[in-house]
Design a protein around this ligand. Sequence first.
Ligand code: CMP
Length: 229
Amino acid sequence: MEKVEFLKSVPIFSELKDDTLAQLSRSGSVQSFSKESIILSEKEAGSALFIIISGKVKISRISTEDDDREVILSILNPSDFFGEMSLLDGLERSATCTAMEDSKILIIQRNDFLKLLEDHPEVSIALLQELTQRLRAAGMKIKALSLKDAEGKVASVLLQLADDIGKIKHGVVEIEKLPFQHELANMAGTSRETISRTLHAFAKKGLVELEGSKLRIVDYEKFKELYGL
Ligand code: CMP
């Protein structure tokens, strides 16, 4: 896909005219990252904005108090952006961002992005809307991690994935490629064994169907009623 076409598909830029998108695409550079490579690291300095053209990016933090356990904050997909926090507040990177697949990323430098925000308030508003959604998701995550029981923790990760990468059809949500169990464990703040046991318990109750790396939430509304926060 051509750079301008791609930028048009990015929700925060969807209102921009072609000439502005063309200018933005000229100022950005494209970089490829192979699977598992670190795109940016927690605590380093940085000021660029990253937009995923293709691939998948894991946003995580390492909890040093807990055997260097990784906590996955989010998994981002094409057209999603990251790196806006350091760009905006000038502080160190708040999390580590790792390519989960071979990924292509568009990198926009701070000054170019700030100029865009100044000239196009609609981009600023769209950015604020996206950040508000992330704040809501982070609030849900805090609540989910503080839950005592495994079912609640695992269910809230499934609800987060349904929101991020699920496809809904006739009340059924299908998650085509469920993250690996150790990744689900890091998202839920629990162990891989608990993930396995709880997913099978959900399947036994008829709440989900598992088929290879595919997971279906059989009745999404009911599942939300049971486990939504
Ligand atoms: P920055 O702090 O510059 O670098 C790490 C990036 O990870 C950060 O900007 C955000 O883009 C992203 N990030 C940090 N915390 C979260 C979160 N809770 N949910 C989604 N993305 C996040």
